[in-house]
Design a protein. Sequence first.
Length: 356
Amino acid sequence: MSRNRRLPRARLALALLPVVALVAACGSDSDGSADAAAGGAEPTFVLKVTDPGNAGPLAVGKRDGTFDEALAPLGAKVEWVNSTPGFSSNLKLFNAGQLDVSGGAYSPVVGALSKDVGVRIIAVADPVDQDQSGIVASPDSGVKEVKDLVGKRIAVNPAGKGEYITLKALRQANIPFDQVERVPLQQADAASAFSTGQVDAWASFNDPYQEAKARDGVVEIATEASIDSKDNTIVAFRTAVLEERPDVAAKYLETLQALTERQRSNPEDYQNVFEMAGPRALSGDRLARALDLGRRASVPHYPTAADEADLQEVADLFFQNGVTTRALTAADVFYPLQSKVNGAAQVQSAPTKSGN
């Protein structure tokens, strides 16, 4: 069953009044897409965004056309791209220019940059509920707590959140990393390996984690909350897009912020956005939990000094333990979008001097 609930255009326009006016000429395409948009022409800059599925601010934005409406004055529009669960599993799409922006976490972006994938973080969302990711063990593994992982096999998405959670949990339990076999698998393959007993445990996140945890006999042995995870949620862009169209990136973020703010006051509209029934739809306890998280949704913001410190902890953990081969700093990972856009706006608004 599907539904289509578009907001009235006047209401939508009021909800998305920009906080700061961004000048379309900033970083605009060489083909003059902003001028074309002003004249009513078809947008010529296409921003490729991960398809949001059936819930959340992106899903509502897709349903209502919110992003296209916000980006149209800049001569841009959104193309929704089907992708696999997890930022690190989509690095090939970023490399091929088939994906421009995605949500994720610090860890997979650090992993991507260590492999010279051109992606940077523009915004961070503070943790809301860190029980959405962690480590689960199969009923037959004999693993009841983190220390029982010694000599066992655990599936992790390499140089991503799963590997970060595993390293943090092992370090907290004073277990040498080489005493546990980390099996590099992306989410889909890890789910299969875990359900068939090919691995004893699985470090996972988001929906796959919740689905695995709900199976009979599965043991939850750690969560991001229990290990004091610093691997916060982020918004990342392909670097080439940030350099070419920082105005589009800033408007995308502004629109996402507005949608997230609205989710906090009306979380019911942000669940089962396209389908009320079926495998993607939530009901019962899972729906109630999702609605509670929606009421507490964290609005993404430009990175702060505290965010830089958290990011650095993740980068250092990976580098010091051979997960990555390059030492990265927060300056390598965060893109200074706010200062770039503000600087361009100041240039555009500066008075011109008379030649007389």
